[in-house]
Ligand binder design. Structure first.
Ligand code: ABU
Length: 366
């Protein structure tokens, strides 16, 4: 039997990966944690339902572009099994009128070594999204005797999990930034809640973003679950919509990170990197001034790249400034046309989840 699952970071040579699918994707109805993320002037505010079919087809076409690039380079690509996402759901604790999508996988699955863990997401509409990946988990479990198939404690997501009236449509950008700086987010601390895309894996260190989708209780839970790891909570006060670390702070190889210039890593976390000779470089400006239509994410998906190995990176094809910067930083750049998949939840890193990268668990911050 083969070893199928192992990955300790985002830069070692990639051999196997999951790429999401846009089929049946839904713009979910408003619920306590999602209103906060939709910009006040977004055309998506107040709208919900199945996404237009032509956008789904175009999003899938973009994901196929990525699959082809990966397969041409010998990377094994696995795909989820989409559900009919526009079904209403319920648990003993809540009801929701719809689910969302199986894009992006990076929010749902966290790979640490030989373990893939389904996250404890704070959006009710994402509560059953893990089911799209269960056929793959079954296969890995059958074929890899070392694979640890795990589900993080399921949050109950009752009304106690959220601050009510937290979102106010009159809130200004400055007020949002004040909240981020004060670490005042929409979730409460009654239970650990986290999206896997808030966790940056760096060998024996985990840097986890505290923001709209991941709370402090999650940091505590991670430290207890992985006592042999060092968990560092990070917060980026320049981000008015702090959700997911991978358009903010992106490692390219050991010793080199690009950081969103609008969301600089503050002290004292910066000191951890500098003390270990890591270079933190400001990411290039995005090529676009607006995200595509019906997109939750910011233009900073420009830096949401997929590193194939410490010398090779896939960057979105229209992100010419980011490509040029990567090239200057000594990376071989592979462009991939993926922008029309952004509305489904993110860029190249978001659209994937690691299954296997060569390499071992190293201590980069001794
Ligand atoms: N899923 C990453 C989104 C980050 C951003 O909107 O900047």
């Amino acid at each position: 039997m083969a070893k199928i699952v192992s990955s300790w970071n985002d830069w070692d040579p990639l051999k196997r990966v999951i790429v999401g699918r846009c089929d049946n994707s839904v713009i979910p109805p408003e619920e306590p944690a999602t209103s906060e993320k939709v910009p006040v002037d977004s055309e998506m505010r107040g709208m919900w339902g199945l996404r237009p079919l032509e956008t789904v087809e175009r999003g899938n076409e973009c994901l196929e572009n990525l699959v082809k690039i990966l397969e041409d380079r010998g990377v094994v690509v696995d795909r989820p099994t989409p559900l009919q996402w526009n079904q209403a759901i319920g648990t003993p604790d809540f009801r929701n009128d719809s689910m969302m999508t199986c894009m992006p996988p990076r929010d749902i699955l966290l790979t640490i070594g030989n373990e893939i863990m389904a996250a404890a997401n704070s959006f009710r509409c994402r509560y059953f999204e893990y089911l799209a990946y269960w056929p793959l988990m079954e296969m890995y479990f059958e074929q890899d005797p070392d694979f640890k198939w795990t589900q993080a404690p399921r949050p109950r997501l009752t009304d106690k999990s959220y601050k009510h009236n937290y979102y106010d449509e009159k809130i200004t950008l400055e007020e949002r930034l004040e909240r981020t700086a004060a670490k005042d987010f929409v979730t409460t601390e009654v239970e650990p809640m986290w999206d896997a895309a808030d966790v940056m894996r760096m060998g024996k260190a985990l840097f986890i973003q505290h923001g709209l989708t991941t709370n402090r209780a999650a940091m505590d839970w991670f430290q207890r679950y992985y006592p042999e790891f060092r968990v560092h909570a990070v917060n980026f006060p320049g981000d008015p919509y702090p959700i997911h670390i991978d358009a903010t702070f992106v490692p390219l190889r050991p010793g080199l990170i690009i950081n969103n210039p609008h969301r600089p890593l503050p002290e004292p976390q910066r000191a951890i990197f500098e003390a270990n000779d890591w270079q933190i470089v400001e990411a290039a400006d995005p090529a676009h001034t607006e995200p595509p239509a019906l997109c939750y994410s910011s233009v900073w998906l420009s830096m949401n790249c997929l590193v194939l190995d410490p010398k090779t990176v896939i960057v979105e094809a229209s992100e010419v400034h980011q490509q040029e910067q990567m090239d200057k930083l000594g990376m071989n750049v592979i462009p991939c046309d993926l922008r029309d998949a952004y509305p489904f939840g993110g860029g190249l890193h978001c659209s994937t989840a690691d299954v296997y990268r060569e390499g071992e668990c190293l201590d980069y911050f001794p």
